[in-house]
Ligand binder design. Structure first.
Ligand code: HEC
Length: 155
């Protein structure tokens, strides 16, 4: 009798700890990439800004600077929403509807001009969870745009 109770207790304990470990693992896993093509819910920049072309060269130095900003800015950071590979699947992403932009999705982002990306980073997108990063310099925003474009190139 005593032996059987112990056996049941041990089995129950093992099952519960396995369940706990699974739940913890699930909580830390990023959601799957956002859909592609992905519908866009952000407003359009005023014409003069929409058509601006990135004045910076898309070289390694600028791309690296953009990559650092993408990971370091706290607001939270771009990476927390847009994800490590820009697939719209950072750890916070599933909280938001619409989901953060999937920058890896060429079909969606290749049709969006530099000036539009710049404008949204500077001003945010009030109809969505996209915050404003207006405290950045113009140069920093353009470096971010270079980095975002590289995500669609598969770099
Ligand atoms: C709190 C979550 C969150 C953070 C942090 C965040 N974004 Fe976003 N972002 C979003 C959401 C949500 C959208 C809206 C997607 C849509 O319009 O469908 C968005 C949209 C965008 C767009 C608009 C693209 C377009 O199609 O016009 C750009 C560009 C962008 N984000 C860049 C960034 C950059 C760069 C950072 C960091 C400096 C950043 N985001 C941080 C959630 C976030």
């Amino acid at each position: 009798m005593r032996v059987r109770r112990t056996w049941w207790a041990a089995a129950l304990g093992a099952t519960l700890s396995l369940l706990g470990a699974t739940l913890v693992a699930a909580a830390h896993r990023n959601p799957p990439p956002a859909e592609c093509p992905q519908p866009r819910f952000t407003g359009q920049a005023p014409a003069a800004l929409y058509n601006r072309v990135n004045p910076l060269a898309a070289n390694r130095v600028n791309r690296r600077a953009g990559e650092d900003l993408y990971h370091e800015l706290l607001q939270p950071a771009c990476v927390d929403c847009h994800g490590e590979r820009g697939e719209g699947n950072g750890p916070l992403a599933s909280q938001f509807d619409p989901r953060p932009r999937n920058f890896a999705c060429r079909q969606t982002v290749n049709g969006v001009p530099d000036g539009q990306l710049h404008w949204i980073i500077e001003n945010g997108s009030p109809a969505t969870a996209m915050p404003s990063f207006g405290f950045l310099s113009d140069e920093e925003i353009w470096q971010l745009v270079i980095y975002l474009r590289s995500l669609a190139d598969g770099h």
